[in-house]
Design a protein around this ligand. Structure first.
Ligand code: BES
Ligand code: ZN
Ligand code: ZN
Length: 468
């Protein structure tokens, strides 16, 4: 499917219009029951071209995300009706450029399918979408296409089954994907991890026959710009290790690399749009499995920044692996550090599936929350109370890897902070909730959401390009 801009109506199989609650310019007042309910679609098949009317609800409340959702839902309907081309009239509620960006993203994200393993995958009927605009907004169209494509790339990775995507496969994917671009990709195997004393990642991955990998991406168009580090948790499967997960279907733990996928997606967005920036991606990839050689509860990990950790629970593995990447981010001289991880069930319990939890330096957190609202990667801040620090006390190491009390998302973030330098602006994003959509809705088809790609890429574009 290709999205184009059109300055005049073109011949098409279908026309798509938006209608709001009591809004002027309703598509066609002769229609008895035009749809006003948000993201509900009415189809008038007896018309030529076929007319689709998409509700926007209360137009005073319409924002970019309302349009993304409506566009995603509408697009799937166009597909279902087997219409090959569609002309879209802009709703005219926001400014034209923002509408084009939101509609483009919503349609490309809403049309996403992960059907590569289906014998009878349906080929798409819809070929061309024309957005009817008054002015030439091709820059907005290009950007939105790149950002949606990058989000869909992250979805592809996270949706991949765990017997297909192993730590080494994830690393090879990054190498292959960026081979002909300005992104430099370095991969460290398990022998190199030991040499470099990346002991957390090494310990997490040692119980699997598929060894861990550390992947470093570098995209530097201007080395004088402040360095941003994007750190991603890349557990291609998390069975819990010796502290084995039990009592529920844990097949969603194939998506425990959604943070790594978001980092790769953010790089794809930056490269495709030719962003001017200075950014590194640090990905820790491993499989957390129980085995005779697996990490043991009670085990001690000695990190290369001098911090020692008691492994109280092998299922709190993400923070153990991320610690190595955070140390590395400091060594590389990163001014901004954003880590993104499917880290705790507690974050999902607190905020549900729509919002990710964000922790860290106030200014950075505020900036991310604002960009989150704009991009649809919604973030909500949680505190880092010093009182909870005592939950991480260990009898024989500096800290343990699980908090002894309540507030598991917070103690996980406090754990990570032990590996961040005071001079860095750091934020931690816990995406355990929004990593997956349980059912198809708006612009998120059921499965991996690609959460974090757009907010991180947007951050790099906005803030790394100016040194404060
Ligand atoms: N990958 C999980 C967290 C998770 C849970 C992500 C559900 C997405 C959905 C993480 O490694 C984990 O197991 N966390 C434990 C920590 C606990 C042992 C302190 C958790 O949240 O239960
Ligand atoms: Zn775990
Ligand atoms: Zn995990």
């Amino acid at each position: 499917m290709q999205i184009h801009l059109a300055m005049n109506p073109v011949p098409v199989a279908a026309v798509l219009r938006f209608s709001g609650d009591g809004q002027d310019g309703v598509p066609d007042t002769s229609l008895a029951e035009w749809q006003t309910e948000a993201a509900a679609v009415s189809v008038y098949r007896d018309r030529q071209p076929v007319l689709l009317v998409v509700g926007l609800g209360d137009t005073s409340k319409v924002d970019a995300d309302t349009l993304r959702k409506a566009a995603g839902t509408a697009l799937r309907r166009v597909e279902k009706e087997a219409l090959a081309s569609v002309l879209v009239y802009l709703p005219g509620v926001l400014d034209e450029e923002r509408e084009i960006e939101a509609l483009t993203e919503g349609m490309l994200l809403g049309a996403y399918k992960f059907d590569r393993y289906k014998a009878k995958a349906k080929s798409a009927v819809l070929q061309d979408v024309y957005l009817l605009a008054k002015a030439d907004h091709s820059a907005a169209l290009t950007k939105a296409t790149a950002f949606a494509g990058a989000t869909n790339l992250a979805r592809d990775l996270a949706n991949e089954p765990p017997n297909v995507l192993r730590p080494a496969t994830l690393a090879e994917f990054a190498q292959r994907h960026f081979a002909d671009s300005n992104v430099e990709v370095t991969v460290w195997d398990e022998a190199r991890l030991l040499e470099e004393r990346m002991m957390g990642l090494y310990a997490v991955g040692k119980g699997s026959t598929h060894p861990p990998r550390y992947v470093e991406l570098r995209y530097q168009t201007d080395a004088t710009l402040p360095l941003v580090a994007l750190v991603g948790k890349g557990l291609t499967f998390d069975a819990g290790g010796i502290s084995l997960k039990s009592g529920r279907d844990i097949s969603d733990m194939r998506m425990d690399m959604a943070g790594a996928a978001a980092v790769i997606g953010a790089f794809a967005a930056l490269v495709t749009t030719g962003a001017k920036c200075n950014v590194v991606g640090l990905i820790v990839a491993a499989e957390n499995l129980p085995d005779g050689s697996a990490m043991l509860p009670g085990e001690l990990i000695q990190y290369r920044n001098g911090v020692s950790v008691q492994v109280a629970n092998t299922d709190a593995e993400g923070r153990l692996a991320l610690a190595d990447a955070l140390i590395r981010a400091h060594e590389l001289g990163a001014k901004y550090v954003i880590d993104i991880a499917t880290l705790t069930g507690a974050a999902a319990n607190a905020l549900g599936t729509k919002y990710a939890a964000v922790f860290g330096q106030k200014q950075l957190v505020d900036q991310l929350c604002e960009l989150g609202e704009a991009t649809g990667d919604f973030l909500w801040p949680l505190p880092l109370p010093p009182e909870y620090e005592s939950q991480l006390k260990s009898d024989y190491a500096d800290i343990t890897n699980i908090g002894k009390g309540k507030g598991g998302a917070i103690t996980a973030a406090l754990f990570l902070r032990h590996f961040v330098d005071d001079g860095q602006a750091w934020a931690h994003i816990d995406i355990a909730g929004p990593m997956e959509a349980e059912r198809t809705e708006g612009y998120s088809p059921a499965g991996a959401t690609g959460f974090g790609v757009r907010v991180m890429a947007e951050f790099v574009v906005h803030y790394s390009s100016r040194d404060e």
